[in-house]
Design a protein around this ligand. Sequence first.
Ligand code: CA2
Length: 145
Amino acid sequence: MTNSVLILNGPNLNMLGTREPEVYGKLTLADIEELCQARAAELGLNVDFRQSNAEGELVDWIQTAAADHAAIIINAGAYTHTSIAILDALRAAGLPVVEVHLSNIFQREEYRHNSYISEAANGVICGFGSKGYELALEAAKTLIA
Ligand code: CA2
């Protein structure tokens, strides 16, 4: 049984740290990956941390996730609010799913209040900035056990 967690990041999250620090924090995505690697080591997990701006690439990664990973953590960025394709892939993956968002999407524009992803997620963490990724790893550990 693998202890590897696939952490997926969607469109524009590669821009973290360059703009809108008041919404998304000051850390870059590389900083967040470092936090995840450190927390995962404490939890006895391995992390495979990826980002793509392409919806199809995210779907491809979800489709093959079960071969090498025990759980998926996903911040699908704006695809959260639009992508039935990612929802369908997550449903078919057969793995525990933790949805994470840096910002509290419910405090923001109405079009961010709906998440298609949530229907396939065991749970959702939002509004805690980069700490949410660490919380998601703890949740993933519980779901894998
Ligand atoms: O709060 C989150 O984590 C989001 O998933 C972030 C997405 C947004 O579309 C979701 O509604 C909520 C956007 C990430 C884009 O981040 C940027 C950061 C700096 C500069 C440009 C974009």
